[in-house]
Ligand binder design. Sequence first.
Ligand SMILES: NC(=O)c1ccc[n+]([C@@H]2O[C@H](COP(=O)([O-])OP(=O)(O)OC[C@H]3O[C@@H](n4cnc5c(N)ncnc54)[C@H](O)[C@@H]3O)[C@@H](O)[C@H]2O)c1
Ligand SMILES: [Zn+2]
Length: 362
Amino acid sequence: VQRIPVPLAGAPYEVWVGAGALEQLPEMLARACPAARYAVIADSAVADLYGDRVRTLAGAVAPATLFTFPAGEANKTRERWRDVTDAMLTSNIGRDGAVVALGGGVTGDLAGFVAATYHRGIPYVQVPTTVLAMVDASVGGKTAVDTRHGKNLVGAFHQPRAVVADVGLLATLPDNHARAGLAEAVKHGAVADRAHFARIERSGAALLRHDVEALTEVIADSVRIKAGVVADDEKEHGRRAILNFGHTVAHALERVAGYALLHGEAVAIGMHVEARLGERLGITEPGTAAALERALIKLGLPVTQSDHAPEALVSAMIHDKKSRDGTVRFAFLKRLGQAAAGDDGSWTVAAPQDAVLRALEP
Ligand SMILES: NC(=O)c1ccc[n+]([C@@H]2O[C@H](COP(=O)([O-])OP(=O)(O)OC[C@H]3O[C@@H](n4cnc5c(N)ncnc54)[C@H](O)[C@@H]3O)[C@@H](O)[C@H]2O)c1
Ligand SMILES: [Zn+2]
């Protein structure tokens, strides 16, 4: 099991990655997140698979109770936040309690937001169970729920005390979710580390077979990259925005498609579109979109969509509550392995609408 530091100035923590890492949960809780009670929060599907095991492991340190909510992005809402916090209040979890977020990115974001707000904030640890949550969502302290106005619009920065990523738990993950999670790993390579990008492309076949060694290597490297970016700019005042590469288009697609698309699938399409757009605007080195396309296709990920009109997607971008004064901003690549700085230190660039429309054409 590798222990990867996330060197945040205020509250550094570690991400433990490897097959069998879960067995070390009691040691990790006792050391990094001691509490009088543990609230293990999981969606119903993950609770069925791993809920008892994690409750027992946490229960070796302090009394642990399992709280569940229905699986799926459609449940990353304030209503489920209310249900879970009400259930925790009913079972008298106090300010000396802590949360164990057991599941994918939906659970991590929802349970993290519960921890950020319960009794004005209690500690928590992340136990990610999807590729996406292991490579990306469990690290960095962004917690949120969705609203009808868009994704992640109500939330908080709340860093976990530790993260335990047991790659063995991925054995039960459906293939489409494993592939989708790899899109975020490709993103880490694309924005910050060309060698990581090349490694993912090379081990594509092994990754799709759920090969534990290949997955462990990719997850550990992605966590190192994300940890470095987050440690430099925890609250996203600047460079952390590079992690939003592909996401302006992805969030619009998810919104227009009513979340029928997996987040990672939307990110794959978004990266390809945004690389094409960056090339047209002279920001991204020519050939970048083609290289991304090759790698993503090898991983069984989509790179284009024809279900939604470019106009509808642009309109979703403009109405995204995070877009500034009607302009649509993108985190572009300079080249594979390097993000483009932007001109105002924001690491994002506003793109003209007609260019965006053209890049969105299938
Ligand atoms: N906070 C962040 O920094 C950050 C970063 C990236 C993505 N996200 C968020 O993450 C979410 C997507 O996360 P996700 O793709 O993990 O989705 P998810 O949490 O919905 O998990 C996907 C599905 O797999 C099931 N599942 C989870 N682990 C399993 C396992 N080991 N075996 C079998 N089934 C399992 C779940 O029940 C669910 O149905 C989005 O809401 C996205 O916005 C957050
Ligand atoms: Zn993402």
